[in-house]
Every structure is written in structure tokens, then in C-alpha cells.
Design a protein around this ligand. Sequence first.
Ligand SMILES: [Mg+2]
Length: 219
Amino acid sequence: MGEPYDAVLFDNDGVLTTPTDREVLLEAMHDAFADVGVLDPSRAQVRTLLGPSVDSLREVADDHDVDPHELWQARERAAIETQLQELEAGRKRRYDDVDAVADLEDDVGTAIVSNNQHETIGNILERFDLEWVDRWYGREPTVKGIDRKKPTPYYLELALEELGAEDALFVGDSWVDVEAADAAGIDAAFLRRDHVQGVGLPREPAYEIESLAEIPRLL
Ligand SMILES: [Mg+2]
């Protein structure tokens, strides 16, 4: 591990774009329940649907006698739609310092590896003209996609393989990014933006940075 890197991989939410407002996502979870005929989910079930394990998704679905796959599809559709609205309304926006990494593709491979839906990442690329990104990986909208989320390194390893990269740097704003990078055997740069001030990490990342403008000199 260590420089020189042949690829730089980015998390999306909190790194390239602002995170989606949690209250807005919780409202979308209500819509998803309503779509499968559940009009009275508990607050705990609404929170569970926002970030379930496969087991907790099945439990919530069983409680309401609905198919977990249908509930999950409704959940993903609601999350995609609400985030598209947030993008279009300008409430989910691109960080200004993204400009500092737009030229990296001249020297290294680049990719986005996100726990957000693949379709949402596609909407983000389109809206913000991130054409410098070589490859992008969001979560597939199936129950299987839940198990492939970071900290599981599934999509990170896929990105490394498809970029043909051996020594990459992964830039993220969450402990799951630091863990996934470690699991994939690559370095992590933890981006400590305002929304993660004071957040602790399970392990020391290779770098801790405050802006994407610091990335070029790590290469
Ligand atoms: Mg993030």
C-alpha cells in the first residue's frame, strides 16, 4: 500500500455531493410502505427500512405480511425518486472542491463507489457533468444489493478489477469507507467535512483530509 496510486476511487454522498436530508429519506420510506399497502408502519420500522440488514428487512416485511423483495423495490424506487427531486431542487448539490479532482483522470483511473442506488449515482453524474469519472458503481436495487454495501468491499473490488488498478486510494466520509478500503487492501483518505466533525473511526485511515483539494498532492 502507499503511493504512487494508479487509481482514485470516491464515495459519493458527503464527498462529491451533499448527503441527502435524512428527514426527506424517512418520508420516502413512508411512501414505500404505502406503495405495498402498509399505511401504519411504526417509527422503528420506518428507520429500519432506511438502512436494513437482509434479516431486519425480512422481519419488517413479515410483520406486515408483505414480500420483502416487493418492499425493497418500493423502498429503492421511493429513494431514487425523492433524491432526484432533491437534485432538481438544488438541495442535494455538488461540493465546490470537486473541481480540484476533475483533472485526475489524466494520470490515474477514477471511479465512484457508493452505497446509494446505481440509478441515483447515474442521476448525479448526469446533473453535475462528472464526465471525468471512468467508472461508477452504486448498489443494485435488489435484496442482494444490501449485503454488497460497504463496509463489504464487493463494489470496491469490482472497481479495482475493472480499472485494472493495483494500488488505489479510496476517498470517503464514513467509517464504512475506511473499513471497505481496508478489506480491499487499499489506502483510505477520510474526508472530514462539516457533517462528520467529531465522528470517530474504527481504524486509522492512511490520510485524513479536510478538502478534495488535498487529493492531488497525495498522488
Ligand atoms: Mg458518504
